[in-house]
Design a protein around this ligand. Structure first.
Ligand code: 5SP
Length: 222
């Protein structure tokens, strides 16, 4: 939803659901009380906006927390009605087990994300054991802004994940659209985040349908 009209978020959400979106991907960029800056060079929305939006939609709110201390936000987002809570592995190597437990106890689905420069091996521990994350978000752009160019090199990460974890939900995020979806789907991605290619299209519903068809051809959708 980063590409949507934030002044009309509820109606934009309803519009995308009516066009066939399965999930609404919410880019959360809200580091506060940070001495050393922010996890990403941008600010967007926080839990109060999720709480307001939840009053207008039953859609799955797939929250991607691009923040330095995700543990600080779990309770807020759970109470606000978030469906998925995806944190970054770069800032949770020491406390991901606590994070996953807290996310689940708040009724949300835990996911882990990684930036383009982070090796895929860094998420493997979070997929093992009795309390694993349930989705991996492979960033295909540097997080912080929509409308950037898809990074095809990230598909090696998706292929590696798909081979190792055949039933895992693998989400890709950044520069996905009609010209890049087949590459991502063929690599094994089954959850597709698309902002500017959908919101910027004259026929958004057609783009959503094209994305889904490509993934269905390659494998099942998430
Ligand atoms: O998390 C991010 C950006 O930080 C992504 O969700 C982008 O917002 C995707 O936008 P498009 O590349 O699809 O326009």
């Amino acid at each position: 939803m980063l590409s949507s009209d934030f002044a009309n978020l509820a109606s934009e959400a309803e519009r995308m659901v009516s066009f066939g979106a399965d999930w609404l991907h919410m880019d959360i960029m809200i580091d506060v009380n940070m001495q050393d800056g922010h996890f990403v060079p941008n600010l967007t929305i926080g839990a109060p906006v999720i709480e307001s939006l939840r009053k207008h939609t039953k859609a799955y709110l797939d929250c991607h927390l691009m923040v330095t201390n995700p543990l600080d936000y779990v309770d807020q987002f759970g109470k606000a009605g978030a469906s998925g809570f995806t944190f970054h592995v770069e800032v949770s190597k020491d406390n991901w087990q606590e994070l996953v437990k807290k996310i689940k106890s708040n009724g949300m689905r835990p996911g882990v994300a990684l930036k383009p420069g982070t090796p895929i091996e860094e998420v493997f521990p979070l997929l093992e054991g009795e309390n694993p994350v349930e989705m991996v978000l492979v960033m295909t752009v540097e997080p912080g802004f929509g409308g950037q160019k898809f990074m095809p090199d990230m598909m090696n990460k998706v292929r590696t994940l798909r081979e190792k974890y055949p039933t895992l939900d693998i989400e890709v995020d950044g520069g996905l659209g009609p010209s890049t979806i087949d590459t991502a789907a063929a690599a094994g991605a089954n959850c597709i985040v698309a902002g500017s290619s959908v919101f910027g299209a004259p026929e958004s519903a057609q783009v959503i349908s094209l994305l889904r068809t490509s993934v269905n051809k390659a494998q099942k959708t998430c």
